[in-house]
Write a protein that binds this ligand. Structure first.
Ligand SMILES: [Zn+2]
Length: 281
């Protein structure tokens, strides 16, 4: 099967956010981010294909001014890192140690096979792992700005977020999402990890939170996501024990979601309900 409409990437300025940070947006798919510092330009995520990433590099060519490019992978999900081949050999690719294993996993190859079968824009993807890895945290000192890479598992085991203290900006990856972030598994361990990661990010008191999906900068997103998970063992505890509640009950304002988005977030919600029913949220 071939998809006739190829997604495109656009430079997207974020209202109210320091202009040293901007998004590279693929509509309805994902945002990558660029952070321009005195010493380097950081590209946070490489989008879903090498073609999209190559186009993104063209769009930011005027940003580098001779400064080196550093690439950060927030986590090894396809929409965030399948552009890695476009930067291989040109820049270090920094990610969590377990991201490298995920990129090389049978699960990743299965996903690639399925995506290629559905859409030939994935034909030229190569699964390229991070070249610089860490376990808990890693600090990139850009001079005027510091990028603190923080292991924040729960959405995936290898997930990292980026904290920029000088601007009080958090690039949350997929740890935070509107209306809810997806858990790695529908089990208590994934849920406990994601709640702990959201609490860690909230403890930093960010003034702006930029998730990879949804285009918001609202720091209250962390409170809303934490409130959602708390509600599954609080206000909705009885409903969870009975196998519910319905997505629309918890998110009554979800009518603006597209069909595919609604199906996706309903599935995320069912996974979270299973995790809550497992009892240790
Ligand atoms: Zn993800």
């Amino acid at each position: 099967m071939t998809s006739p409409a190829r997604p495109e990437v656009h430079r997207h300025l974020l209202p109210g956010v320091d202009p040293r940070i901007f998004a590279l947006r693929v509509a309805d798919e994902v945002d990558a981010f660029v952070v321009r510092t005195e010493r380097f330009v950081a590209l946070v995520d490489t989008l879903a294909t090498p073609e999209l990433c190559a186009r993104a590099l063209e769009l930011i060519a005027d940003e580098t001014g001779g400064r080196p490019l550093l690439v950060v992978n927030t986590h090894a999900d396809w929409d965030h890192v399948w552009g890695n081949a476009a930067v291989e050999g040109r820049a270090p690719i920094i990610g969590h140690r377990s991201a490298a294993a995920r990129v090389r996993s049978a699960r990743a190859r299965d996903t690639w096979r399925d995506k290629r079968a559905a859409d030939d824009r994935f034909d030229r993807v190569r699964l390229v792992a991070p070249t610089v890895t860490f376990d808990t945290s890693l600090t990139l000192d850009g001079g005027d700005l510091t990028l603190e890479l923080l292991h924040t598992p729960g959405h995936t085991p290898d997930h990292i977020a980026v904290w920029i203290p000088q601007l009080r900006v958090c690039l949350a990856g997929d740890a935070a999402e509107d209306p809810l972030p997806e858990l790695w598994e529908g089990d208590a361990s994934s849920a406990a990890q994601l709640v702990a990661s959201l609490e860690l990010l909230r403890s930093l008191a960010p003034e702006q939170v930029l998730p990879s999906h949804g285009g918001t900068t609202d720091p209250a997103l962390l409170d809303r996501n934490l409130g959602y998970f708390a509600s599954l063992t609080g206000a909705y505890a009885d409903a969870v024990r009975a196998g519910g509640p319905e997505f629309e009950t918890v998110f009554p304002d979800s009518s603006g979601l597209s069909g595919p988005a609604l199906a996706f977030y309903r599935a995320c919600h069912r996974k979270a309900v299973r995790a809550a029913a497992a009892g240790r949220l």
